[in-house]
Ligand binder design. Structure first.
Ligand code: PLP
Length: 478
């Protein structure tokens, strides 16, 4: 058997359970002997027999030297990294380890304004100070695009002392930044490039998709193997160049459980094996299905698909369908599809529904989706309001870590100008925060928040926005 066509973690587990040693060790169900029948039904007798951990033969996620190490090395090779670290605490922990392992307290880092909450947690853990970058926006589809090369070039010129750039690419809607060009700019100044590639574990397997972060020159990339590929939910991988190995492994060890579930680890190993065996065929087939789906949706009156965007590349397997032409909001369409037509989308927003096509789909699932979309009702047109997203760079007045540890108080919104926000405030659409924790509240933002009546507010403790949480001033704090 070729070395990359087997799964070392899965093989070690099978061997351990076949050996028949009587378990006087954790977990308490003792390889299924004591498990409730509901759990046995759920995981099968074999699954439970192999649900063991912390045995010498099964290696140690915190100091891998046998099967976990081998599985991580095989993954690194497949995803064009020098090294890979497996995560059983989601991409949330992978993003946090990526930041904690590369940034020091006080380091400046460029972050897109609409980064995932794990990035904000990474800022709190590392003590780094964010410079929030504006994100381009598509006003036809009412959705966030990504950070442009021009924005990065301008940011680097303005803050040459920054330590790092973090991109979220592709984003939830599949819109990828030009990582290759950005990587050249970033490295020319001695900064490092971190990519939250939660939605891009499949990119490397099809040339029709945006290029993967590691192939495009990123130093580190955190991927949700579970989101697009075949591992169990909660499992992710962090890809890295070897000069970051020591510090990032230390950070990963700090953040991960000391009892990693062996089934989760094996699922990462097996997902890698599946891609090694037939990743190119599988992902190309998914792309072809998604393209066919897009073509069919275009024939349905009232629907349009989000297909291409100037200056950004698009992952075709994320099929965003705009339902405004039917007089529906995305949320209404999601509810009708789920309730009446037994279709569950990935997400919906004010104007769109997003369908994820993976290698697990086939012509039958796609044709059921097309038939369901044809049955969506038509209603009188309604206007969708979108608050303009911020256009400027913004340096946090207080780092997210300092903000996290500061005492807060609630003040009337109209009295908050000049205070430091202790909360994030986001309107949907556009889904790009108007205010981030640690930012100084300007008169323009207060005016915008006071005026906004139509969008859904997320993040603010007071959804009416008559009050806002701010960091206590020295006077009230003392
Ligand atoms: C862009 C992005 N980054 C990170 C994460 C966190 O991933 P996980 O749910 O695997 O922890 C998500 C989850 O949705 C995400 O969308």
């Amino acid at each position: 058997m070729a070395k990359n066509f087997y799964a070392p973690i899965a093989a070690a587990m099978k061997k351990y359970s076949a050996d028949g040693a009587i378990p006087f060790h954790t977990p308490g169900h003792k390889q299924g002997r004591g498990a409730h029948k509901l759990l046995r039904e759920l995981l099968t007798a074999e699954g439970l027999r192999q649900e063991v951990s912390l045995m010498e033969e099964l290696d140690d996620l915190h100091a891998p030297h046998t099967c976990i190490r081998e599985a991580q090395e095989l993954a690194a090779k497949l995803w064009h990294a020098d090294e890979t670290i497996f995560f059983v605490n989601g991409t949330t922990a992978a993003v946090q380890a990526m930041m904690l392992g590369t940034l020091k307290s006080g380091d400046l880092i460029f972050i897109p304004r609409n980064a995932h909450r794990s990035v904000i947690a990474g800022l709190i853990l590392s003590g780094a100070v964010p410079i929030f970058l504006p994100v381009e926006f598509d006003s036809e589809f009412n959705l966030p695009l990504n950070v442009s090369v021009e924005t990065i070039a301008c940011a680097i010129k303005k803050f040459p002392q920054a330590r790092a750039v973090l991109l979220v690419s592709p984003n939830y809607y599949g819109v990828a930044a030009d990582v290759k060009k950005i990587s050249r700019l970033v490295h020319a100044t001695g900064m490092i490039l971190l990519v939250d590639e939660a939605h891009g574990a499949h990119l490397t397997f099809c040339d029709e998709l945006p290029s993967s972060a590691m192939e495009a020159g990123a130093d580190l990339a955190a991927q949700s193997t579970h989101k697009i590929l075949g591992s169990l939910t909660q499992t992710s991988m962090l890809m890295l160049r070897k000069n970051f190995s020591e510090s990032v492994r230390r950070a990963a060890s700090l953040l991960q459980t000391t009892s990693p579930n062996q089934l989760l680890l094996a699922s990462l190993d097996i997902a890698r094996l599946q891609m090694a065996e037939s990743g190119r065929e599988k992902i190309s087939a998914a792309v072809a299905l998604a393209k066919n789906l897009r073509g069919e949706i275009k024939k349905i009156h009232g629907l349009k698909t989000f297909d291409a965007v100037k200056n950004f590349s698009l992952d075709a397997t994320k099929v965003t369908v705009n339902v405004q032409g039917l007089g529906l909001t995305g949320q209404e369409a999601e509810e009708i599809l789920r309730r009446d037509l037994k279709i569950q989308c990935e997400l919906s927003d004010a104007a769109n529904i997003l369908f994820l096509i993976t290698f697990a789909d086939d012509a039958q699932t796609v044709s059921k989706l097309i038939e369901a979309l044809k049955l969506l009702p038509r209603r009188p047109p309604k206007k969708i309001y979108s608050t303009p997203p911020p256009k400027n760079f913004s340096v946090a007045e207080l780092s997210p870590r300092e903000t996290f540890y500061s005492p807060v108080e609630v003040v009337a919104l109209k009295k908050s100008v000049g205070r430091i926000s202790a909360e994030e405030v986001t309107f949907y659409p556009p889904g790009i925060p108007l205010l981030m924790p640690g930012e100084k509240i300007s008169a323009e933002v207060v005016e915008l928040l006071a005026r906004e009546k139509f969008s859904r507010v997320v993040g603010a403790a007071d959804e009416t926005l008559s009050t806002i949480k701010v960091v206590q001033s020295a006077a009230t704090n003392g």
